[in-house]
Ligand binder design. Structure first.
Ligand code: KG4
Ligand code: ZN
Length: 348
């Protein structure tokens, strides 16, 4: 059995965890920086990087202590090496490099998106490759065929905003604070989803991708019109966005056909914490004779357990470690063979 320390620092969460290859989470800590960024209505990269510097050293000591392990007991040190806010990524990666050098253990430079993509397998031992993954976070909205660690085939991406970004921006328009996604979901619970006519961009399109910029603009117009209750706008937004997800997943399924070997639909990333989306996807999977797998809520949003687990998966797939001069990558697509989608602001 292998033991991996995972470190996460790509956005506004500092986290460390120790994961064993039998899926045991020996220890796990997470410090959210919500209060530091709240006055600014979003994440301030410089504040985030400084907070990671202040938090991570003690946090790593704490997870070692919690699990009763010494650095020497570990098999590898894994850290997010991108994509993300570059200052923060560098803090976690440099820390992992130092620990790896001091203990003479391999460094594993983890793609944060791979952390999300493999996170459902940390919780679900029966989830086998290949699976169809809807990866929805603050920076990404993609459909991927996951064939194994390091093996991703991107089927769809967003041509403008990521879904989490659309949630956050719409929440801001509705006067909700940061972080917007969970706040918008909460407000939507008391709203009427049929009250506000909102567009479903690219619904039925022959192009595989997502688009959310038009939906966000429609939210702006609905707010400015003064004609609707905020809760109704939130509920209508959530349902419109979910309709887009379902439509695009249907398109992806038709493209891969029935003999693809895919038996499970998986959702991961921060937006996967949304209960409405989880419910609709469960139904969609059922309608398409697929099993459905979603990580527990705390594993959907950024954390270090998924980074440690990605390290475990990569080690067991034969990865020997990354060089000490591995550079932090602000952009790092999971499938670097995928052609760029049309439009400006394409997310990797
Ligand atoms: O994966 P994540 O924690 O960080 C990134 O890698 O981006 O995702 C954060 C995103 C944010 O946009 C946040 O608003 C969204 O996930 N999010 C949600 C919910 N919880 C988090 N969006 C909708 N409903 C939620 N319950
Ligand atoms: Zn993330």
């Amino acid at each position: 059995m292998t033991l991996v320390l995972g470190i996460e620092s790509s956005c506004d969460e500092s986290a460390a965890a120790i994961i064993r290859s039998d899926r045991t989470i020996l220890s796990h800590r997470l410090a959210s920086q919500i209060e530091a960024h709240q006055p600014f209505g979003g994440v301030v990269p410089e504040i985030a990087a400084r907070a990671h510097i202040e938090t991570l050293p003690d946090m790593v000591s704490a997870v070692l202590q919690d699990s009763g392990l010494a650095l020497d007991d570990l098999d590898a040190i894994a850290a997010t090496a991108g994509p993300g806010l570059i200052g923060g990524v560098m803090v976690g990666l440099v820390m992992a490099k130092s620990l790896a050098m001091a203990s003479d253990k391999p460094l594993i430079a983890v793609n944060h998106l791979e952390g999300h993509a493999l996170s459902p397998r940390l919780d679900d031992a029966d989830l086998a490759f290949p699976y169809l993954l809807l990866l929805v976070s603050g920076g990404h909205c993609q459909i991927l065929r996951v064939n194994g660690p390091g093996q991703y085939q991107r089927m769809a991406t967003t041509i403008d905003d990521a879904l989490g970004e659309a949630f956050d921006k719409s929440a801001k328009l509705l006067g909700l604070g940061y972080p917007g996604g969970p706040a918008l979901e909460k407000l939507a619970q008391s709203g009427n989803a049929a009250a506000v006519p909102l567009p479903r961009p690219l619904l039925g399109s022959k192009e595989p991708h997502f688009s959310f910029a038009g939906l966000k603009s429609a939210v702006l117009r609905a707010v400015e019109s003064g004609r609707y209750e905020k809760a109704d706008i939130a509920a209508s937004f959530q349902v419109a966005a979910t309709d887009c997800l379902i439509d695009r997943l249907g398109f992806a399924l038709r493209q891969i056909g029935s003999d693809s070997g895919i038996q499970t639909l998986v959702i991961a990333g921060g937006v996967a914490a949304n209960q409405h989306i989880r419910g609709q996807l469960t139904q969609f999977a059922d309608d398409n004779s697929l099993a459905f797998s979603a990580p527990p809520m705390w594993l959907c949003t950024d954390n270090a357990a998924m980074i440690g687990w990605a390290g475990v998966e990569l080690l067991s797939a034969g990865h020997k470690g990354d060089p000490m001069n591995f550079k932090a990558r602000p952009r790092w697509p999971l499938d670097d063979t995928a052609p760029a989608a049309r439009g400006a602001g394409v997310k990797a």
